[in-house]
Design a protein around this ligand. Structure first.
Ligand code: TNX
Length: 525
């Protein structure tokens, strides 16, 4: 009887007209290896199940796959750990996420590393194999892009759910691939942040950096210093009500991200960009006087007193609480634009703060201005320059620092696309999609070899960004460009190929109700 039901379900699908076909290589970011087999196309039957290895985290990825496919297909797609016969969709954990030798070709599953996956599409089955649940989820995102764009529909669509046949073997070039959301200049609630996490996961980005504090607002509750959120959080650029995450809010963000194998990197910007903290606790200000709340967009005027011990008690309390709430390994201490702190006092402040971070068990990240401070184990500099080589950053790299590349004139999502872009800045120039795409993180900075590059990150500063739709407008379609630079092997880098593949995402975003900038250089269908 099961066979009969299966045959009937197949027949029903076969009567539908085929949609414009997606090709196996039509994936962003471009996979490492693609071997199409046009004779092996698969069509998802209405009675398909999602089979998965008996591992809770793998099962959770299977549940996410089913949840992605159910709305548009209307199929039940039960998730089961029943073993073969493996028809339909299978997610299989196998091998170990051992180290991937540099330059090694994709071999057995063990060589897929911590995030790689293999996708096999045959007429009877789609199988994703990986050594880790993160790898399985990346495979799921690839499978999602190989289905027709209507798969993004929130309501059932009658379609033939075809997947092009063949094999993809894929793994990332860089370990760190991220985006930053500035929730300080304008506050964004939990739901908006979760939606941004979905966009990251879609393009295999694995870090969300939250810029939690700045002159205009303090956005995370700290038990030991309750006025930070209550007073420091109560405004934003333009004078709106602002807001702050409770500990429960932050935990929700972190756990939603973790399910999608995205690591949250919290930033407490120190010692500058601290006006909001000083409105709440004026004893930390150099003159001990509470400044007025700041709702403008200038930078570089505020700072914690680096010569007062109370500053370090504050820093230790705040970083300790944030570290305790954060499962990921990173703690970002900002460090940018502390223009009013003399260089020697600044370097001492950073060195001491790096020690405080180490004591929490986390690894320190800071904007590249922290480079002159002494080395700390594992420390990471986030480079946001716009020029060429940077000898101070290169010297820190020689002492052991690693670098996240966020060049202001390539990766900054708050730069306008074109002179007529209604929001955004242009101090680092205009960044259209080609400019966002056409650079190489492995060779961008002299004295920073590819081995010292932890990865890439696209920051979105929000002085001029006030809503989720505006966030999406600035992210899309540039975020996928950055994602491809972080994930894909350099030999796949090709603007003509990228713009053609990216074009196919317009209909997907439209179907999903996601706002994007219809950049004129992309041949949207
Ligand atoms: C510079 S980039 C800043 C931010 C601003 C941004 C605007 C960096 C580390 N600091 O405070 O929001 O420019 O583009």
């Amino acid at each position: 009887a099961a066979d009969l039901a299966h045959a009937a379900a197949r027949a029903a699908v076969d009567r539908l007209a085929p949609p414009a076909p997606v090709r196996l290589g039509d994936v962003v970011p471009a996979p490492e290896r693609v071997e199409p087999d046009p004779a092996a196309d698969f069509t998802l039957p209405a009675d398909a199940a999602v089979r998965v290895s008996p591992d809770p985290a793998a099962r959770d990825v299977a549940e996410q796959l089913a949840a992605l496919l159910r709305p548009a297909t209307g199929y039940p797609l039960p998730v089961t750990d029943a073993t073969p016969p493996a028809e339909g969709l299978t997610l299989q954990l196998s091998g170990t996420p051992g180290p991937v030798a540099a330059g090694a070709g994709p071999g057995p599953v063990a060589a897929l590393g911590a995030e790689g996956y293999r996708l096999d599409v045959t007429p009877d089955a789609v199988r994703i194999t990986a050594a880790t649940p993160a790898g399985l989820l990346h495979g799921v995102q690839t499978l999602r892009q190989l289905l027709p764009p209507a798969i993004e529909s929130p309501t059932p669509v009658a379609a033939r759910w075809a997947v092009p046949g063949g094999v993809i073997v894929d793994r990332p070039r860089f370990a760190y691939r991220g985006a930053m959301l500035d929730v300080a200049r304008h506050f964004f609630g939990v739901a908006d942040v979760l939606r941004v996490i979905d966009h990251l996961a879609r393009y295999k980005l694995n870090h969300l950096h939250l810029h939690l504090t700045d002159d205009q607002g303090w956005r995370i509750a700290v038990d030991g210093w309750p006025r930070l959120a209550a007073v420091g959080g109560a405004t934003q650029v333009g004078g709106g009500p602002g807001g702050a995450y409770t500990r429960a809010d932050y935990r929700r963000i972190v756990s939603y991200a973790a399910r999608r194998h995205v690591t949250v990197v919290p930033e407490i910007d120190l010692p500058g960009h601290t006006n909001a903290a000083l409105t709440a606790y004026p004893q930390l200000a150099p003159d001990g006087i509470a400044p007025p709340p700041y709702t403008g967009t200038e930078v570089g005027f505020s700072y914690l007193d680096p010569g007062d011990e109370r500053t370090y008690a504050f820093v230790a309390d705040v970083l300790g609480e944030v570290a305790a709430l954060t499962p990921g390994p990173w703690l970002h201490i900002g460090g940018d634009e502390a223009f009013k702190v003399p260089a020697d006092a600044y370097a001492r402040f950073v060195a001491r703060t790096q020690g405080i971070v180490a004591a929490t068990g986390k690894t320190v990240v800071g904007w590249h201005q922290i480079a002159p401070a002494g080395h700390a184990d594992g420390r990471v500099l986030q480079w946001w320059g716009t020029g060429g080589d940077d000898p101070v950053t290169a010297e820190a790299v020689r002492r052991g620092a690693r670098v996240i590349l966020s060049p202001g004139n390539r990766a900054y999502l708050d730069m306008k696309y074109a002179p007529d872009t209604p929001i955004g800045h242009d101090w680092a120039g205009l960044i259209d999609v080609e400019r966002a795409y056409d650079w190489d993180p492995g060779t961008h900075l002299g004295g920073v070899p590819a081995e010292a590059v932890l990865g890439v990150e696209a920051p979105l500063w929000t002085e001029s960004v006030t809503s989720l739709a505006e966030i999406e407008f600035m992210l899309l379609p540039r975020l996928p460009a950055l994602a491809e630079l972080g994930w894909s092997p350099r030999r796949t880098h090709d603007w003509a190929s990228f713009r053609r593949r990216l074009a196919g995402h317009g209909p997907r975003w439209r179907t999903a109700g996601i706002t994007f900038h219809p950049a004129p250089e992309i041949p949207w269908p």
